[in-house]
Design a protein around this ligand. Structure first.
Ligand code: NAD
Ligand code: UGA
Length: 462
């Protein structure tokens, strides 16, 4: 079959895989190929055991795979055949050298730019899908235009706003698609071409076009705003615990103001995920590099508050369990950074586990999807004196335990038989609800000592 255009995506991760699957499903006249240096990942995309867990993803992949959606490892061949290349490689925080711990590590991204130059023999549109520092497109253009082949690469920014756990839903019904381009004829034409892909299923008024720098910066700012709401309500949760106010009631009262809105106001043990912290630190780094220290400090406080909240949660556990957790069996209920994903990158669970292991607790980690990742994350905590067990079944995990700490808001945890769990635990039994998803009064009546976030604790101690 002759396709209208060949799309290539470099990077078959949480963004590249689902995004391209949806594009292929919605645009049968485009051939969509996804490539990655990680051959195992590609192999998994070609089976029904996909490398990432996302509700609804397998159906979308199966609807297009082998028809106009292909997963491959031959990056050079993919580049040669492509008219449009989405770059969706990872852009983690730099861990070395200048800007370590703050700036984006752009080595994977730059490598792809060189590969594109090396293997291209005709002009192409290059789409930045990865989240990148503002003005990265300029650097990409410089690398790409260095070619001696007389070919032109038009760089477009199309940041991704999907959230894990709802990626397919978000991709099928996005609040907006953002496309930034040079405001030249070639730039606007390229932006129009990318808009044409999304127009297959996204209403025209939801496709926003801007200049390149606005698109790049909007992505960092959107994540910073979302994270800021969480840090704001988490800061309030600490105040609630001192004053007797209830953070849930405050979220409802404040979020009922239509100017504020109710979403992203759930107090928690802190935000996790691969992007919020990384993108805010990147924003901080960029601001400082322009000498905007007040701007940098402002955003940095969002990350500091998040660290405080995670630390506060651990301190509460230790304090309420009589200042020692040595040898105590404590269940981490959930380990993923949020529900409906197996992803544990930057999960608050990692911090909580490390700290409790340092305190020599005996941990049991339970999660329906994230145990493989949890094992990898905690393997690095070698030398911590505590021990870790991994148990997918929450009932078995809780047997003989002294405390449960809710880390992830999995729906299944709301429906557990806590009477049965309580009966199998050592007494006094504690629950620390890091997500405020459980019925605290009911747990208290069962016999638990209950510590929600941002609400008074309920204890049976006189
Ligand atoms: P990821 O680590 O899951 O996937 C990136 C993939 O790129 C990896 O499989 C890696 O092997 C591959 N890769 C790296 N260098 C390569 C190269 N030179 N050639 C071929 N493949 C290469 O990352 P992700 O979560 O999909 O994130 C990708 C980008 O999208 C990041 O910039 C991130 O900030 C952004 N983003 C992520 C999310 C999310 O929910 N995870 C949402 C929006 C935006
Ligand atoms: C987030 C953004 O929501 C996406 O728009 C963005 O594309 C993505 O980052 C990215 O750039 O990677 P994601 O991190 O997948 O998506 O998930 P979120 O739903 O935003 O949750 C992030 C963290 O905040 C989770 O740990 C979650 O539990 C926590 N959270 C969220 C709260 O603690 N309280 C809330 O009210 C909402």
């Amino acid at each position: 079959m002759k396709f209208k255009r060949n799309i290539l995506c470099i990077g078959a991760g949480y963004v590249g895989g689902p995004t391209m699957a949806v594009i292929a499903a919605k645009c049968p006249e485009y051939k969509v190929t996804v490539v990655d240096v990680n051959a195992d990942r590609i192999q998994a995309w070609n089976t029904d055991a996909l490398p990432i867990f996302e509700p609804g993803l397998l159906d979308v992949v199966r609807s297009a795979r082998g028809r106009n959606l292909f997963f491959a490892t031959d990056i050079a061949a993919g580049i040669r055949a492509a008219d449009i290349i989405f770059v969706s490689v990872n852009t983690p925080t730099k861990t070395f050298g200048h800007g370590a711990g703050m700036a984006s590590d752009l080595q994977y991204w730059e490598k792809t730019a060189h590969e594109i130059v090396d293997h291209s023999d005709r002009s192409k549109i290059i789409v930045e899908k990865s989240t990148l520092p503002v003005r990265t497109a300029e650097a990409m253009e410089r690398i790409l235009q260095e070619n001696k082949k007389g070919i032109h690469f038009e760089v477009v920014s199309n940041p991704e706003f999907l959230a894990e756990g709802s990626a397919v839903k978000d991709l099928l019904g996005p609040d907006r698609v953002l496309i930034g381009s040079r405001q030249t004829d070639a730039g606007l034409k390229a932006a129009g071409e990318i808009a044409g892909i999304f127009a297959h299923w996204v209403a025209a008024e939801r496709i926003i076009t801007t200049n390149l720098w606005s698109a790049e910066l909007s992505k960092l700012v959107a994540n910073a705003f979302l994270a800021q709401r969480i840090s704001s309500i988490n800061a309030v949760s600490a105040l609630c615990e001192k004053t007797g106010a209830d953070v849930g009631e405050i979220s409802f009262a404040v979020g009922s103001d239509s100017r504020i809105g109710p979403r992203f106001l759930n107090a928690s043990i802190g935000f996790g995920g691969s992007c919020f912290k990384k993108d805010i630190l990147n924003l901080v780094y960029i601001s400082r590099s322009y000498g905007l220290n007040e701007v940098a400090d402002y955003w940095e406080a969002v990350v500091r508050m998040n660290e405080y909240q995670q630390e506060r949660f651990v301190r509460t556990i230790i304090r309420e369990m009589f200042q020692t957790v040595v040898g105590k069996r404590i269940v981490l209920l959930g380990f993923a950074f949020k529900a409906n994903t197996g992803d544990t990158r930057e999960s608050p669970g990692i911090h909580v586990a490390r700290k409790l292991l340092e305190e020599r607790a005996a941990l049991v980690v339970s999660d329906p999807q994230a145990l493989d990742n949890a094992r990898r994350d905690l393997a690095g905590v070698a030398g911590a004196p505590g021990t870790v067990e991994y148990e997918p079944d929450p009932y078995r995990a809780a047997a003989d335990a002294q405390a449960i700490a809710v880390i992830t808001e999995w729906e299944i945890y709301r429906k557990l038989d806590f009477g049965k769990i309580f009966a199998s635990m050592r007494k006094p039994a504690f629950i620390f609800d890091g997500r405020n998803i459980l019925d605290h009064e009911k747990l208290f009546k069962i016999g638990f000592n209950v510590f929600p976030l941002g609400k008074p604790g309920l204890t049976h101690f006189k």
